[in-house]
Structures are given as structure tokens and as C-alpha cells.
Ligand binder design. Structure first.
Ligand code: NDP
Ligand code: MG
Length: 388
């Protein structure tokens, strides 16, 4: 590798964020070298990435996956397995992109920061669930946490000129924008008839199925409120949600003097991905500009908290703190999986999360072992509710 090129580990390379990261890397091969990747079930795609980028190390889920991948790749590649494999590759590159789905991304978040790497974070579930543990490893020498989630990337950019004092005292509040999802404006009765096809039809973003469903319930925005508190050290009472159907303003920061800074761009995840890779440099983009010569409407409205109770549950989890956000996220993973498997209706997703949260017993979350215990307990309660 040329000494000026930065090595990149892309974990979750076969997913929506993974594929878009590969597209950025194709255009930036003089700056970055992809050295390590991981995937879940899509082993042929993983093998194709190894061949195209001449990747040196791959993490897979199991020994069976390793055997199958080994047959698909006819060259010398190190293949590591399971959580340990993911953690190992997360410590192996200058920049670690966490594009794994759900709680399974935890070893990447903790591994990259613990090893003093730049973590380019798409996987919000790990940060939401493990916020107190992430706070402990975030201060490792060299560790840097740069958000890929578009709202948090926008806030990161808007805060760049602000003195990074604990709690950002000159910030009145963060305003997270939300497209409102496919069910914006639907009545409670219409929502009762919402189908999987309806939920998977996002109006502005093309994403993996889980986050697309999360966007339809507004649980995605709820998780993002929790993500913002963990990332920026700002209490949830100073994080508001604003529905902005065009997805052009990606979020805003309101300062105590009444100034509001916003970041605008076309809705394309390659922008925040490129930002997280290139920081402090901006990478020249190739995905189209906003056209200010044409009339453009930017609308803002409050979210309908009655129709979308997920937001309230997330604020309540933020108020409880400790392991409550981990429970919320774990229960939601179980519920969304069940919905995608046609086992429950759309309306049951958030109802199941609420029923699970009723069993939460306060826990300050001071160790990895306790996080795993809480995650398992929440999943157990969620599955028990599924059977009732
Ligand atoms: P996808 O479902 O498209 O991709 C997920 C990736 O993780 C795939 O590579 C998948 O492998 C892998 N994976 C899934 N389960 C496991 C597991 N148990 N162990 C190891 N690897 C696993 O998801 P997205 O790309 O949409 O989202 C990824 C993360 O980024 C999520 O946390 C999401 O919230 C966040 N995010 C996504 C955005 C988007 O635009 N998509 C926007 C903002 C945040 P395989 O496919 O091979 O099975
Ligand atoms: Mg987002």
C-alpha cells in the first residue's frame, strides 16, 4: 500500500451502506485502500468484493460460511469468524466503517474505538444500546467517532464551528429532521391496515429493510434521538424532531442566540459516507447537486406523536437511561424481524416494544456482560409477547 493511502475496513460490506461505501471507494482509490470486509449471508457478493478490491481479510459469521467462502475465493485471503473475527478486523485499519445491521455491529463499534481508530458509524443500534460503554472507549488515544447517519453527520458539520465544550452550552437544541416515512398523514384507521409492501416503500431514501421499517414506525427517529444524545453529550430534552418530507435539510442546530445552522444536500448516503472517510478533507463528489435555479419547497411540520408512539418510547428510554435504550433497540429488532417474516401486523411492532419495556428493571449498564444479559432479557420478553 502506498504510504499516503489510508486503510479502510468495511464491516457489513454487502448491505445498503456497504455497497454505497464501495462506490465511494471506487472513486477514491488514490486516497483509500480497502483491506478488510465482512458480510452475513451474501457470500458470492463478498467473494466478488474480495476479487475487485484485492481485499486481504474477511470476517464471516460461522465456520460453515468460512468453508463456503474459501471455495468461492481462489486466492490467499485470511478469513476470520464470528464476533471475535469482527473485533479483530475492526482493529486492523485506519478507518473502520460499521455498516453491520443491528446489535451484531457491537464488536465493531467497541473494537474500532478501543483500538484507537476512526469509527465511521452507520450502525446506530450499537451506540444506542451501549452508550455508557462506548463513552469509556471513545477517549482512547487516536479514537474518533464520525457519524454516517445523515442527521448526525449534518449536526456534526453544523457543530464544527462551535467550541466543543462538554454539553455544548451555546447550543439550545438539536433539530433532527425526519421524512415522516411512507405513512405520514395516515389516520389511525389507515395505519391499522398498513401492509409490508406499504412499509417498505420509503418516499425519499433507498435503504435496507430493517431501517426502512423503522422509518415507517418513526422508531428510526426515536433511535436517532438516543444516538444524538450519546454522540454529542446533549440531553434528550434538548433534541427535537421535525418532519421535513423533502429530506433536503438533513438536520439543524439551534444556538442560544437564535441562529439556526442547517446542512442541505440531495438525499444520498454517499455524501455522509464520504464525509466520514475524508474528514477533515472534503472529497469531491459525483452524485449530483441541489439545483437552486429551480423552485424548491422545504416544508417543516411537527411529528404526529399519537399515531407514531415509538418517539415517546424513545424519549422515555432516554429519561430512564442505563440499559433502557438497549431494551428498546433489542425489542424493536425482534418486532421488526417478526413483521418482515409476516408473523405480526405493522401496528403490533411498536406495541410489542412497549409491552417489552414494561418488564425493564433499572440497570446502570456498567459492563459488557451486563449489556449482553440485558439484550438477551429484552429479546426473551419480546419473544414471549409474540407468543401471547
Ligand atoms: P442492510 O441490511 O442492507 O445490510 C446489513 C449488513 O450487515 C449486510 O452486509 C449484512 O450481511 C450484514 N449483517 C446482517 N446481520 C448480520 C449479522 N448477524 N452478523 C454479521 N453481519 C450481519 O442494512 P443497511 O445497510 O440498510 O444498514 C446498516 C446499518 O446502517 C444499520 O444499523 C442502519 O440503521 C444504518 N443506517 C443505514 C442507512 C441506509 O441508508 N441504509 C442510513 C443510516 C443508517 P448480508 O447482507 O451478507 O447478510
Ligand atoms: Mg438517519
Amino acid at each position: 500500500m502506498s504510504p499516503s493511502r489510508r486503510s479502510v475496513a468495511l464491516l457489513g460490506a454487502t448491505g445498503s451502506i456497504g455497497v454505497q461505501t464501495l462506490d465511494v471507494l471506487r472513486h477514491e482509490s488514490e486516497r483509500f485502500e480497502l483491506t478488510a470486509i465482512s458480510g452475513g449471508e451474501q457470500l458470492s457478493e463478498l467473494a466478488a468484493i474480495v476479487r475487485e478490491f484485492n481485499v486481504k481479510s474477511v470476517a464471516v459469521k460461522s465456520a460453515e460460511h468460512r468453508a463456503t467462502l474459501g471455495e468461492l475465493i481462489s486466492r490467499e485471503v485470511s478469513i476470520v469468524v464470528g464476533e471475535e473475527g469482527l473485533a479483530q478486523l475492526s482493529a486492523s485499519a485506519d478507518v473502520v466503517v460499521n455498516a453491520v445491521l443491528g446489535f451484531a455491529g457491537l464488536p465493531v463499534t467497541l473494537g474500532a474505538l478501543g483500538a484507537g481508530k476512526r469509527l465511521a458509524l452507520a450502525n446506530k443500534e450499537s451506540l444506542v444500546a451501549a452508550a455508557p460503554l462506548v463513552a469509556n472507549v471513545r477517549h482512547q488515544p487516536g479514537a474518533q467517532l464520525v457519524p454516517i447517519d445523515s442527521e448526525h453527520c449534518a449536526i456534526h458539520q453544523c457543530l464544527a464551528s462551535s467550541p466543543a465544550l462538554p454539553g455544548y452550552p451555546d447550543v439550545r437544541r438539536l433539530l433532527l429532521t425526519a421524512s415522516g416515512g411512507p405513512f405520514r398523514g395516515w389516520s389511525a384507521e389507515q395505519l391499522r391496515g398498513a401492509t409490508k409492501a406499504d412499509a417498505l416503500r420509503h418516499p425519499t431514501w433507498s435503504m435496507g429493510d430493517k431501517i426502512t421499517v423503522d422509518s415507517s414506525t418513526l422508531m428510526n427517529k426515536g433511535l436517532e434521538v438516543l444516538e444524538a444524545t450519546a454522540l454529542f453529550g446533549i440531553d434528550a430534552a434538548r433534541v427535537d424532531v421535525v418532519v421535513h418530507p423533502q429530506s433536503i435539510v438533513h438536520s439543524m442546530v439551534e444556538y442560544v442566540d437564535g441562529s439556526v445552522l442547517a446542512q442541505l444536500s440531495r438525499p444520498d448516503m454517499r455524501l455522509p459516507i464520504a464525509y466520514s472517510l475524508g474528514l477533515p478533507q472534503r472529497l469531491t463528489h459525483h452524485w449530483g447537486d441541489l439545483d437552486f435555479t429551480q423552485t424548491m419547497e422545504l416544508n417543516f411540520e411537527p411529528p404526529d406523536r399519537e399515531a407514531f408512539p415509538a418517539l415517546g418510547l424513545a424519549y422515555e428510554a432516554a429519561r430512564l437511561g442505563g440499559a433502557a435504550p438497549a431494551w428498546l433497540s433489542a425489542a424493536n429488532e425482534v418486532a421488526v424481524e417478526a413483521f418482515l417474516a409476516d408473523a405480526i401486523a405493522w401496528c403490533d411492532i411498536v406495541a410489542l416494544v412497549a409491552a417489552t419495556m414494561d418488564h425493564y428493571v433499572a440497570d446502570p449498564l456498567d459492563s459488557l456482560a451486563s449489556l449482553h444479559e440485558n439484550d438477551e432479557a429484552a429479546r426473551r420478553w419480546a419473544r414471549a409477547s409474540l407468543e401471547n
